[in-house]
Design a protein around this ligand. Sequence first.
Ligand code: M6R
Length: 606
Amino acid sequence: MCGIFAYTGDKKAQPILLEGLQSLEYRGYDSAGIFMPGSPLVKTPGAVTELRKRVHFTSDAKSGIAHLRWATHGEPTEVNAHPHADCTGDVYVAHNGIIENFRELKAELEKRNHTFKSQTDTEILAHLIEEGVVAGKSFEDAVIDTLQQVRGTYGLLISYAKEPGTVITARMGSPVVLGLGDGENFIASDATPILRHTKEVVFLNDGDIAIITPTSHRVRTLTNSEIDRPAEHVDWDTEEASKGGYPHFMLKEIHEAPEVLENAIRGRLIAKEGRAKLGGIESVADTLADLDRLIITACGTAYYAGLLGEYLIEDLGGIPVEVELASEFRYRKPIIRKGTAVLAVTQSGETLDTLEAIREGKRRGALTLGVVNTVGSTIARETDAGVYNHAGPEIGVASTKAFVSQVAVLSLVALFLGRSRGLSEDEGRKIVQGLQELPELARKVLKLSETIRKIALKYKDARDFLFIGRRYSYPVALEGALKLKEISYVHAEGYGAGEMKHGPLAMIDTKFPTVAIVPQDSVYEKTLSNMIEIQARKGPLIAIATEGDERVKEVANDVIYIPKTIEQLSPVLSGIAVQLFAYHFAAEKGLNVDRPRNLAKSVTVE
Ligand code: M6R
């Protein structure tokens, strides 16, 4: 998730672009860049403060494009920062999204003597447009031709030095909004930087391409030269706009689950063969083929995702897995023999304990791997190989979309390892199909938000909660309890449902509700009997169960029905349900769920 912002009008573009970019910093902040026709291209690692320091001139340009990057392909360096230029230095492109077929296109462009400066997927776009304009096509036609060749997602800004007043944009999977002013027009990845200038906006649809000048805007598609996209008047303030109209970043990020799942699996599944293709770990495929033990290490939510990784990798990959809190692993004397790998799971890639655990693994001779969201972060750099989440930056302190993405990526890793071991093609295809269906099923869970809010409200006075689950639902129980306590400050504990009689059952009374994660899976009957034990002690029960399950209604006071999926992937859907439960429970209390007290987003100290 990057931020894009463009201006064309009758004022100086430089201050408008820099100020607009600043307000998009929540979308990405590892590098930034700005291009205004007639002025030098400026790019830098870091965010807008760094960019301001590097813009040593006052440009008279009345148009320009600017970008804040959250890296996907290539580290967050100056050269990889956007905008990217073509060989002639006339075409500049800023991009939010991923071009899936960039390798093939780049190879062809290189054969035609184009020189590339960056490792990004985006740069090919500038060169393809260059070929069009050099061949005599109009700027617009050159863009259309280019878009016909690319596959993937994009929210694009394109500036052509020979037509300085025009900016072209295109949307496919990544949001783009036009802002319509008086003698000036804007383009951005969301309305945030636009609203201080105008409240008249046009939200583009996938497949739309728009051409703006100071006094005109036109929307078209690849095939129709003009289509009607009416302008809307929005009354949001800037803060509301940055949250996409949601009251909190946390709720916005929970609602990003379908997109995050699509980003996690995009280009990584070979459906026909029931396999996963993970470029980031293919370089160590030989070592992985001989792997006889995997240690997953992480903290907090990422640790719970790691527990699911254990189940998935043992289930599909047949490799013994241990999961260890990074803060413990680094101080033990872990026994690491040949054939052991240590895998870190981390959103930020900067969590100190996880980093030190990886270093400890490395010191002891293990192959180190990462499932990391932040490209170019310390853990991404220090591990031998890994898989990126591509989930975009997470602003809310509570991990939500990162958890969903971590589970999806770990299931890809499990599939990758499994298919090179005993997992049959048929079994592999079931996982592939399950993963492909997941974004749509996640959308269905998100539609339950209001139902879940009403249920959470019924329990608003409870001071203690228990979360229980078995097998794949056990880590979700742990995560549900963590989510609730960290944002609502209400005591919550996660337990394996089978542990009830070993202690926690003693706590149950009419004031101690239990959230039971009980999908119709291989341990359904067992969890249901644990719920019956709770029911017998008059403990209130909220079930997260599979759509159509009538039996659970007889036991639980309230039921949240989630769609059916394969057992291995049900934590993604029940995970979203517990996130919504925690969110509504805390938000109804008026708490600042995005910044819970005493907590920081990234824990870079012990
Ligand atoms: O950035 P990381 O994934 O390494 O962070 C690990 C934990 O600090 C993090 O998951 C934390 O538990 C969450 N913010 C809880 O919601």
